[in-house]
Design a protein around this ligand. Structure first.
Ligand code: KIV
Ligand code: ZN
Length: 515
């Protein structure tokens, strides 16, 4: 494929995706997702914003060390300290990129940055030059380009390309643009910036009006050759352009786009499920490509057509995006080796024999309750076990009585920093009783914002996966729990959220903090 036929896929699930309220991820969760993106052959993985917190720095460094086949990217405001921190985190990468940005719209320059346009240009040039000391691969974004003045965009872009930027990313930061206008903006920039041929033009669209994918594709039609996107369209506010929709549109409509990605699309559904499990953001059934109904034909006429000739109603093959029937991967009699091998195939590596043994014993407990264990069950098991050793709150035991003629009540034993405490509480239902019992002990001061249950696989013995969203002083966390008993899964999810709230630090937000 020549450079012009090749569409670069830049995945920002671990950075912009993580900016969704409640979607913050641990280092190990980020590593699992990064591995799955590498398996999909994503070109660039934006692993995070290293200056945000020591935890973010460590996550970017861990991804940089683990990923060999994709470029690993770190975000930095156009500030020396941000760029140095990103350069440091990426030092161990096989191939790295620094992505630096500064806002260019009048409203952002005046109100947020309080800088004159000339100062913004100077700061952008200095940032790109500094980033080039760490890597030859430097991306520059004029933030809020979708509301910036065209002449100013041309000026700053020309200068940063001269300073060494190799990718110019045009963000529609607030999701304000519409496809024809945005496509034209990118086309006009490519045509009018004198040194445009020295850089790849990229787009980064938000979905506030539901147009992120359409805007991205309109720009591809006008010469953009990188799209920034996320799995399941995760991201700040209404999200970013969804990777699966962008990738499958250009693949399916080769006649229109004249370019393609290098992705292994059979990895799309597994990656979507992993991101959903890790973040607790369910995928709506009618979501394109990765929704449970995306390839299900309900109406009799459609089913008849598909059975006679698939192409009558299907424009893509389910197996090409990774929809294979749930494979039974392991069962009660599977040994430690088979267990470790399957998890390694899924990108989960054990750091010690002790960790392997602990997770294997959880697997054996699960296999006693559930005969067929699928990949999704394994992910839930590993996700649930993460950080178990240093958690403040641990569930020791829970007994809940649910009887149609009585008020449900829960007896709970909880370990807090290693010391066991007991509580009993009633509630409107068994889950409510379990949560009340936890709060009898924890007194967390949090507010429950969301409670949702879904089943990980099919069948009445499936594990229930519960997401609990808690809020305290404006901080939001999502906790997850999985178990064949949904009341236990709910208690695990609640405790997971409390642990995350406890661990969550004051992280800097790349766009809300002042330059
Ligand atoms: O939406 C945005 O403008 C961003 C930039 C940091 C590229 O996320
Ligand atoms: Zn963004």
């Amino acid at each position: 494929m020549s450079t012009n036929d090749r569409l670069i896929i830049f995945d920002t699930t671990l950075r912009d995706g993580e900016q969704s309220p409640g979607a913050s991820m641990t280092k190990d969760e980020k590593l699992h997702i990064a591995k799955s993106l590498e398996r999909m052959r994503v070109d660039v993985i934006e692993a995070g914003f290293p200056i945000a917190s020591p935890g973010d720095f460590e996550s970017v460094r861990a991804v940089a060390a683990a990923i060999k086949d994709s470029i690993v990217c770190g975000l930095a405001r156009a500030l020396d300290r941000d760029i140095d921190r990103a350069g440091e985190a990426l030092k161990v990468a096989n191939s790295s990129r620094i992505h630096t940005f500064i806002a260019t719209s009048p409203i952002h320059m005046e109100r947020k940055l309080r800088l004159q346009p000339d100062q913004v240009v100077e700061q952008a040039i200095a940032a790109v030059q500094r980033a080039r000391n760490y890597t030859d691969n430097v991306e520059f974004s004029p933030e809020d380009a979708g509301r910036s003045e065209f002449e100013f965009l041309c000026r700053i872009i020309e200068k940063v390309i001269d300073a060494g930027a190799t990718t110019i990313n045009i963000p529609d930061t607030v999701g304000y643009n519409i496809p024809q206008q945005f496509g034209q903006l990118v086309g006009n920039l490519i045509e009018n910036v004198p040194n445009a041929d020295k850089a790849v033009f990229s787009v980064h669209c938000h979905n506030d009006l539901g147009l992120a994918v359409a805007n991205s594709l309109a720009a591809v039609m006008q010469g953009a050759r990188q799209v920034e996107c996320t799995i399941n369209g995760l991201g700040e506010r209404a999200g970013n352009a969804s990777l699966e929709e962008v990738v499958m549109t250009v693949r399916t409509r080769q006649d229109v786009f004249g370019c393609d990605t290098g992705l292994d699309t059979t990895q799309i559904v597994p990656a979507s499920r992993l991101v959903s499990t890790v973040t607790g953001f369910p995928v709506q059934p009618n979501k394109a490509i990765v929704g449970a109904n995306a390839f299900a034909h309900e109406s009799g006429i459609h089913q008849d057509g598909v059975l006679k000739a698939r192409e009558t109603y299907e424009i893509m093959r389910a197996e090409d995006v990774g929809w294979t029937a749930n494979r039974i991967v392991l069962g009660k009699h599977s040994g430690r080796n088979a267990f470790r091998t399957r998890l390694e195939e899924l990108g989960v590596e054990f750091k010690s024999d002790e960790e392997l043994n602990r997770t294997f014993s959880l697997f054996k407990d699960l296999a006693d309750k559930k005969h067929e264990i699928f990949d999704e069950d394994l992910f839930a098991l590993v996700a649930g076990d993460e950080n178990r050793l240093d958690e403040k709150y641990k569930l020791v035991s829970l007994r809940v009585c649910s009887d149609s003629s009585k008020v449900p009540d829960a007896d709970l034993v909880l370990s807090i920093n290693g010391a066991e405490q007991q509580a009993n509480a009633g509630g409107g239902g068994p889950v409510d009783a379990a949560f009340q019992a936890i709060e009898e002990i924890a007194h967390s001061g949090t507010k429950l914002q969301l409670y949702s249950v879904s089943s990980i696989t099919s069948g009445t013995d499936a594990q229930g996966e519960v997401t609990v969203r808690l809020e305290k002083d404006g901080r939001i966390v999502n906790g997850h729990g999985a178990d064949t008993d949904i009341v236990i899964a709910s208690a695990k999810a609640y405790l997971n959220a409390l642990n995350k709230m406890d661990q969550s630090m004051n992280r800097q937000h790349p766009q809300y903090s002042q330059v």
